[in-house]
Design a protein around this ligand. Structure first.
Ligand code: KIV
Length: 589
């Protein structure tokens, strides 16, 4: 078994949030008892130092939503693309139910625009976006907020039709269409002239408007490497055709913050009609500069920022929502001309843990804002400072992102944690990592097509010279029928997976397998994560490259027995894969 890792954990006892309870247990906060009690004291907000911390907790009222105008020049819209660009991360494919759960949490977070997917990619994508549009796009929060639901489309009629078909059920639907504008993309990818690109963009924006969509976003892909004069001209044309938001993507994460800020300033200064549209940023993280570039864009006049939870996305990912939003919250007033967002930052931790769990992309411990070490004070000097005043080493209080230190043990509870008794009981009996592994295994389940009945595996050869392990696996199908198969393999996990393959009869490649002990000791719980890819089907289209890609599916499982844990993860991934629909989107409408 792999070495034990201590991990932070969040338990979603109810991922749909009705009276949900979350327990966030940060082991790194398990300080010496004498110190930890002092650490839990609340800083005095009235001191001069405290004003340097993020103590504001109320979400400011947001201006009324008008697609191409924001009545308050200091208000910045947050556009979340976790479900589209984020889902393009290798292995991050999510089920429709998972996407709906995440969209609900994004609404709770107060996201202005949710990019729910790329409907032309597959039938599954279209249906997921449509469900989100119907449900999340029609749920009015207590403060009257309803998020815009957006679907991505390349600049062609069939993509735009699919996007409209998916988002039109929302109260505030948006189509986001894009075409590349850099010379390298024009020459090698599109094989089109600049004139042709302008004509297509103009025509397709007008086409999207003609369908009845009053909120159309246009992106010149690879704007960060495009000729500026060409951009001004193109953007002017699409504004005339009806684009209400102009998104400026640094598609390959190439620009530096000053350069990107200047690009936004130049577009603002030189594009005719720009006052009739909102400028947006979309910064990839290839050089680790996406948050800095996004903030530079906001300072230069962008009033929509495209981000993802935990910064997930293509390659090195996107600007992370939590970093961008908390930077504006911390420094917006002082250094960014009073900029503010409508984000309810107390929902950040819940969103972060949910996306990590569903996407299988775990957050590094030292990740800004949401990493498990983000509020851990390990060194003696820091602890001493914290004891005297929290503002010495904390610029954000954990409460601001949805954590609250609530016990001497360092346990941090989520906003809705009313289940004190449950938490105490659980903690008395099992350790934190155990709770996370067990409950996430129960809660985060895809549609059940196959479930594990029984398992028997031999770890050692009892006689003979063959040296192979054997496993017998009983799987139960969705009608309740039992299927038993046995197989040999190079080890017990291999044997068990082969036995499962014999029952399920869908050829898959196992791309990744990792096993962690989440607690220490002989009775530790093993947590397994696998990533698989079907050999024959389950493909969809990559939004930016247009390539048909075979989807990968991740699965997690937990158990005290490593083979049981491994089998649960494999069955979990298989269920995700088997419930994914790939039929052409044309069959849907
Ligand atoms: O990175 C990119 O250019 C994109 C666009 C589709 C906005 O994702």
């Amino acid at each position: 078994m792999a070495t034990a890792t201590s991990s932070s954990s969040l338990l979603f006892l109810n991922p749909n949030f009705s009276a949900s309870t979350s327990l966030f247990i940060n082991r790194s906060l398990f300080l010496k008892p004498s110190s930890s009690s002092h650490l839990l004291q609340t800083p005095k907000p009235s001191t001069a130092l405290a004003t340097k911390c993020c103590l504001q907790t109320l979400t400011p009222t947001r201006p009324e939503y008008i697609p191409n105008r924001i009545s308050d020049p200091a208000y910045v819209r947050i556009f979340d693309t976790t479900l589209r660009d984020g889902e393009q991360s290798p292995g991050a494919t999510m089920t429709s139910k998972e996407k709906l759960d995440i969209a609900r949490q994004l609404a709770r977070l107060g996201i202005d625009i949710i990019e729910a997917g790329f409907p032309a990619a597959s039938r599954d994508d279209l249906e997921a976006v449509r469900t989100i549009a119907r449900e999340v796009g029609n749920t009015v929060a207590d403060d009257g907020h309803v998020p815009v639901i957006c679907g991505l489309a390349r600049c062609n009629k069939s993509d735009i039709d699919a996007a409209w078909e998916a988002v039109k059920y929302a109260k505030r639907p948006r189509i986001h269409t894009f075409i590349a504008t850099s010379d390298i993309h024009l020459e090698f990818k599109l094989r089109k002239t600049r004139e042709e690109v302008v004509a297509i963009a103009r025509e397709m924006v007008a086409y999207a408007r003609s369908l009845g969509c009053e909120d159309v976003e246009f992106s010149p892909e690879d704007a960060g490497r495009s000729d500026k004069e060409f951009l001004y001209l193109l953007l002017e044309e699409v504004i005339k055709s009806g684009a209400t938001t102009l998104n400026i993507p640094d598609t390959v994460g190439y620009t530096l913050p000053d350069e990107f800020g200047q690009l936004i300033a130049d577009i603002k200064a030189n594009t005719r009609g720009i006052e009739n549209a909102i400028i947006s940023t979309h910064c990839q993280n290839d050089l680790g500069l996406s948050t800095a570039n996004t903030l530079a864009g906001a300072k230069a006049g962008a009033r929509q920022l495209e981000v993802t939870i935990n910064g997930i996305g293509e390659r090195a990912g996107n600007a992370s929502l939590e970093e961008v939003v908390m930077a504006i919250k911390c420094r917006g007033k002082e250094l960014m001309g009073g900029l503010y967002t409508g984000i309810n930052t107390r929902c950040i931790v819940m969103a972060s843990r949910m996306v990590a769990e569903y996407s299988g992309l775990h957050v590094q411990p030292h990740k800004a804002i949401v990493g498990s070490n983000a509020f851990a004070h390990e060194s003696g000097i820091h602890q001493d400072g914290m004891l005297k005043h929290k503002g010495t080493y904390e610029i954000i209080s954990p409460e601001d992102i949805g954590l609250s230190r609530s016990s001497e043990s360092g346990i941090v509870l989520g906003k809705h944690s009313g289940r004190h008794a449950l938490r105490s009981r659980l903690l008395e009996h099992i350790s934190d990592g155990d709770i996370e592994a067990l409950i996430s295994d129960e809660i985060f389940q895809p549609q059940i097509i196959w479930s594990l009945g029984d398992l028997q595996a031999s770890y050692y050869v009892t006689c003979g010279t063959l040296g192979l392990s054997t496993a017998t696996v009983k799987l139960i199908d969705s009608d309740g029928a039992e299927h038993i198969e046995c197989s040999v393999g190079t080890g017990p996990v291999d044997a068990a997976y082969k036995a499962i393959d014999r029952t399920v009869k869908v050829p898959v490649n196992l791309l990744e397998y990792s096993l962690n002990s989440v607690t220490e000791g002989i009775d530790a719980i093993a947590s397994t994560r696998v990533v698989i890819r079907g050999e024959n089907s389950h493909s969809s289209m990559n939004a930016t490259t247009g390539e048909t890609v075979k989807r990968t599916f991740s699965g997690t499982g937990a158990g005290m027995d490593i083979v049981v844990s491994s089998v649960r993860a494999y069955v979990n991934a298989l269920n995700k894969m088997l419930s994914f629909k790939t039929v052409s989107v044309k069959e849907v409408y």
